[in-house]
Design a protein around this ligand. Structure first.
Ligand code: FES
Ligand SMILES: [Fe+2]
Length: 390
């Protein structure tokens, strides 16, 4: 954890002090360190191929070798150039810097040779930074940090995500906002207002209030030391608002269906460290949306959107794959969440210099967001700083 003398570069120290018990969250502009993050789908990296991604400010180069994915920092030890600028891979498990021939092993990061200076004393004695990688549910997860031993992936994903009978499909895209604006947009119960015109309503029956507020008992903090840490919000314990009034006249009305029960389009959400949302019974009953807001740098995040469906048979898998492509991807992940992306990008300038964290004027339903900021501040494994990239 950080103290006041160690505020990360680029974060306003005055604001960190002003927010009190969630200063760590304000400091985490570049994300929380020592956590697992999904960076790409497994199918995007075939055997022998190379991929470059930037996560929490770290640019890394990945390769799949004999089925397993390895990731090393994309920066030559010699003069700091990106190896990915022209990847020279003369053997399947090494990469040679295109500039002067420093050669690294993907599995360990070890400097195994300098092709242009084969007698150098550095050979076998230096390492480029390497990152633990795991694949689960069709996603490639990378651990950003230096904690040893590495905590299990199961502590950094929402409950249920790793279930064996869950089939997961999804997509990812880059969004021009800080990752926290993504996390808060997803968990924010009041923001259902932005989705009032969503096309998703044509593909399922739902009750869709214009807003809803947590009643006592709706919010639960989950902080089991052996499991994921997060905040759960149960929408069955919410007070929905159906009619929007101005001067006593109804100007907008949230649709209600006689065919379905429930307060909202989903039955509840939860947000987990290091920044992943679970939306229960969404985009339709029987489905669960899991989405990550993976920091790229201080002002961008990878939005990793997935939908999980319990499957038993091959027919179930085919059905879900079909419905995903024809309905849930275009009208959920693209249409419905397109509103969210737009909102995050428009919110970004207000928070960019950090004063947004004290100038914002939250109201009662935003209490769940404050619960998340506090939990994230006390339960994270570290704060990523620019100096960690050196
Ligand atoms: S900069 Fe890479 S070998 Fe010189
Ligand atoms: Fe949303």
């Amino acid at each position: 954890m950080s103290d006041e003398h160690d505020t990360p570069e680029g974060v306003n120290e005055e604001v960190v002090k002003m927010v009190g018990d969630w200063g760590g969250y304000v400091e985490a502009k570049l994300g929380f360190r020592n956590h697992w993050y999904p960076v790409r789908f497994s199918k995007e990296l075939a055997e022998g191929e190379i991929l470059t991604v930037t996560v929490l400010g770290e640019q890394m180069i990945m390769r799949r070798i004999d089925g397993k994915v390895y990731a090393i920092r994309d920066r030559c030890l010699h003069r700091g150039v990106p190896l990915s600028r022209k990847p020279d891979c003369y053997t399947k498990d090494t990469i040679t810097c295109w500039y002067h021939g420093y050669t690294y092993r993907f599995q360990t990061g070890e400097l195994v040779n300098i092709l242009a200076a084969p007698d150098s004393r550095l050979i076998g004695k230096r390492k480029i930074q390497s990152f633990p990688v795991e694949e689960a549910q069709g996603l490639i997860f990378v651990f950003i940090g230096d904690m040893s031993p590495t905590p299990p992936l199961s502590q950094d994903v929402p409950p249920g995500f790793l279930d064996e009978d869950l089939m997961v499909l999804g997509k990812h895209r880059d969004v021009n906002s800080n990752w926290r604006l993504g996390a808060e947009n997803g968990f924010d119960t009041l923001h259902i207002f932005i989705h009032k015109d969503t096309t998703l309503r044509h593909y399922r029956d739902f009750n869709f209030p214009i807003g809803h507020t947590a009643l006592p008992g709706a919010i639960t903090l989950v902080e089991d030391p052996e499991g994921p840490k997060g905040v759960e919000d149960d929408f069955s314990k919410h007070n929905p608002i159906w009619d929007g009034l101005i001067d006593g006249n109804v100007v907008i009305r949230g649709p209600r269906s006689n065919n379905v029960e429930g307060t909202s389009a989903s039955v509840g959400t939860s947000i987990w460290l290091p920044g992943v949302l679970k939306v229960n019974s969404f985009p339709a009953p029987g489905l669960t949306q899991f989405e990550w807001y993976v920091p790229i740098d201080e002002s961008r995040h990878i939005y990793v959107q997935t939908i999980g469906c319990k499957v038993e048979t091959e027919e179930d898998r085919i059905d879900f794959a079909h419905n995903f492509e024809t309905t849930w991807k275009p009208h959920g992940l693209d249409g419905f969440n397109g509103d969210d992306i737009w909102a995050r990008e428009v919110t970004e300038p207000f928070y960019q210099d950090d004063y947004g964290w004290v100038d914002e004027m939250l109201c009662e339903p935003d209490s769940s967001i404050l619960a998340w900021r506090r939990l994230a501040s006390r339960a994270n494994r570290g704060i990523q700083k620019r100096k960690d990239l050196r």
